[in-house]
Design a protein around this ligand. Structure first.
Ligand code: IVH
Length: 676
């Protein structure tokens, strides 16, 4: 491919990926499959590797992470990143309000209303945009000097790499990077399975993930963020914090929905009360509410102490710990055979839900905490998510409590349990036929990141295995509507739905299939790398441990586990049976999506011109768009993909900004044309 061809193809992929990224992340309405998207991304990545001079700062490939860094560069914040003073009750909140009144009264000023937002439990970052493109991002550090984590921040999926509308010059914004409850649970589940130490709470997980020298690891953690602050708002004509929040959203930044303007202190109290319990329904963890004066012209007047502004305060909800009793300590058997002690508790309400079970991780943990059946225990949710026994009330013991004994055999299949040297977990070694392992393996196989068989939940998987309808993962593909319809709570219609999903799963891409197999240590990220590097199951099966270990992102532990998996005769048999079922990931010689057809640079795009274009007539410009696969229309709507704004552009530009349509100027349009 000539450099010119590469440049053209890159621009084409770039436009397509940006559009499909928006459809997926912002509109929740993807029109292509994940595999097609990944194939385009891979192709762009390869082209950027060969032609780095054409790679743009807002390239979608940056979302997946790049080469690892030696260390983070230090960045001095132009304006220090302050912390917040905490208040713990209504009285302290009133004192905060009164202190503001007192300071302002000297100048005969009134404080006006407040904006209350939830306090996100993550870590603060500062982002810089130049001419609407994300160019730099840093951590808070000590408030004065932070670390440059630009590459890692690019992998945060809801961070806009390019802003909506036109935003010339420099824009500095601040916000919080966090991990959602769902991602956090998923991350710790994988870590537990892989024998890695767990993150104590989402904040630690977010901080640990953002401070990775290898941005591919950050990308795999699925971080999110919300913005809450525009630095030097007056330069952007903003005087109210509430307007700053609205403006951030208009520019395409993710912002919280949980905020309100509060005219009086009573309204502030009401906000705090309203969210006291409701905050547990949010998909991210909050530990309080932030109360800020809305009128930002008063911020400068009030100033700050050495560490916190006087115009804001953080109201902290008390952490919840409750007492309850241990009814029993049961053993759960995981997908990898690990026997995990789980305390069954007298139901108790904590941090928004009723808790009746708390994991105890392993034998050593139970011994360390000395938890006994019958004990009165203090329970909380780690990071307000995971129920945990914090402490045993030893003074409440009567002598009737029973100490825990780890069973010597698997409670489900009866196999003699083993504890390998250096491992904390005791395992059931019966990998091929322990019903508990099979059930968890089946659920993993059918999960969204795997074969995506919707509806195959805990109860259904349990019944299929208990009734011996499924004795091996491959049996999934010989299920009939009758087999399923006979089970509890399954009608003919839901049975047919399940069969349809099973049929559809045969078309899942190679990466999803590899992830579905549940090879130890090889999660979704490793599966993506393996699929991209080896392209077909046939090749992957035949490569040696040494060859695997040479692949960037696949360490020796994964390499050895992958090789062992494919050498296990039970797995060889399983793959042969799955192949007979016609799974395309197994039968295709290479990923079909890799060879996606080439289309025009404006392919799939609807483009609108506004204002005066100097280098050609409007008709010529529209013709160019049509010749290269796009549609040119006269008015801006939600369907418009791109607005090209010439001089004196009018109301179409405002409409584009309101709808969040990407706007480029003539020079940028010219650059695209130059590639043709
Ligand atoms: S405003 C000058 N708003 O809380 C301080 N901070 O304890 C500007 N935080 O460092 C911060 N949610 O990391 C603000 N809605 C929110 C927040 C928030 C979380 C964090 C932020 C800050 C820390 C202070």
């Amino acid at each position: 491919m000539t450099a010119g061809d590469a440049k053209l193809r890159m621009a084409e992929l770039y436009g397509q990926l940006a559009r499909h990224g928006r459809l997926y992340h912002e509109d929740d309405a993807p029109v292509i499959s994940d595999a097609e998207y990944d194939a385009m991304l891979r192709e762009l990545n390869e082209l950027e590797g060969a032609h780095p001079e054409f790679a743009g700062a807002d390239s979608p490939t940056k979302r997946v992470g790049g080469a690892a860094l030696e260390k983070f560069e230090k960045v001095e914040h132009e304006h220090p990143m302050l912390s917040l003073d905490n208040v713990f009750d209504e009285g302290e909140l009133r004192d905060f309000g009164a202190r503001i009144d007192e300071r302002l009264s000297a100048d005969s000023l009134e404080k006006g209303g407040f904006v209350c937002e939830m306090k996100i439990d993550g870590l603060a970052v500062s982002l810089t945009y130049e001419d609407g493109v994300f160019v730099r991002g840093s951590t808070r550090g000590d408030g004065r000097i932070g670390e440059d984590v630009t590459e890692n921040l690019r992998t945060v999926k809801n961070l806009p790499l390019r802003l909506k509308g036109v935003m010339p010059g420099k824009l500095n914004v601040r916000g919080e990077v966090f991990i959602t409850r769902g991602q956090f649970a998923e991350l710790n589940r994988t870590r537990e399975e892989n024998g890695e130490p767990l993150f104590a709470n989402p904040r630690n997980a977010a901080a640990g993930s953002l401070r990775q020298l290898d941005s591919k690891i950050t990308a795999s953690r699925g971080l999110s963020m919300f913005l809450y602050y525009i630095v030097e708002p007056e330069k952007h004509g903003i005087v109210k914090h509430s307007d700053a929040l609205r403006r951030l959203a208009e520019l395409g930044f993710p912002t919280q929905e949980a905020w309100a303007f509060c005219e009086t202190m009573d309204d502030v109290d009401a906000f705090i009360e309203k969210w006291r319990e409701r905050r547990f329904d949010l998909d991210y963890v909050t530990d309080g509410a932030v109360v800020k004066l809305d009128d930002m012209t008063l911020w400068d007047r009030l100033g700050s102490t050495s560490h916190a502004p006087r115009w804001a305060a953080a109201f902290k909800y008390p952490p919840e710990t409750v007492y309850t009793r241990v009814l029993s300590i049961d053993i759960s058997v995981g997908r990898t055979g690990a026997l995990t002690p789980v305390a069954s508790l007298e139901p108790v309400r904590v941090s928004g839900t009723t808790v009746q079970r708390a994991g105890l991780h392993n034998e050593d943990e139970v011994r360390r905490k000395d938890v006994r059946v019958g004990d009165r225990v203090k329970v909380h949710k780690a990071g307000e998510i995971i129920p945990e026994i914090v402490d045993v009330d030893k003074d409440a013991r009567t002598g009737a409590e029973t100490p825990f004994e780890m069973p010597s055999s698997c409670p489900v299949c009866g196999s003699q349990a083993v504890r390998l040297p250096g491992e904390a977990a005791v395992r059931c070694p019966n990998r091929s036929s322990c019903p508990a392992q099979l059930k968890e393996g089946l659920r993993h196989f059918a999960s969204r990141g795997g074969m995506d068989v919707r509806g195959l939940g805990d109860s259904l998987a349990g019944q299929l295995i208990e009734k011996k309808v499924i004795q091996n993962l491959a049996d999934l593909y010989s299920l009939t509507v009758n087999d399923i319809a006979e089970l509890d709570r399954m009608g003919e219609k839901s049975a047919q739905n399940l069969i349809d999903f099973i049929e559809k799963s045969k078309k899942r891409p190679l990466s999803a299939f590899i992830a579905a197999l549940g090879i130890r240590f090889a999660g979704e990220r490793a599966a993506d790398i393996l699929a991209a590097n080896f392209g077909s199951m046939e090749t992957l099966r035949s490569v040696s441990e040494d060859e695997l270990a040479l692949v960037d992102g696949i360490g020796p532990v994964i390499a050895s586990s992958v090789e062992a998996f494919f050498n296990d005769p039970a797995n060889v048999k399983l793959l042969a049976r799955l192949e007979e079922s016609g799974l395309s990931a197994l039968t295709a010689k290479s990923d079909p999506a890799v060879n996606a057809p080439r289309k025009g640079i404006f392919s799939g795009m609807t483009v609108v011109f506004t204002g005066e274009i100097s280098s050609m007539t409007r008709d010529e410009a529209e013709k160019l768009v049509r010749e290269h696969g796009g549609k040119a229309t006269k008015s801006v709507s939600a369907k418009t993909s791109l607005v090209v704004a010439g001089d004196n552009a009018g109301s179409k530009l405002d409409k584009a900004a309101t709808l969040g349509v990407r706007v480029i100027d003539e020079a940028e349009f010219q650059k695209m044309i130059d590639l043709l």
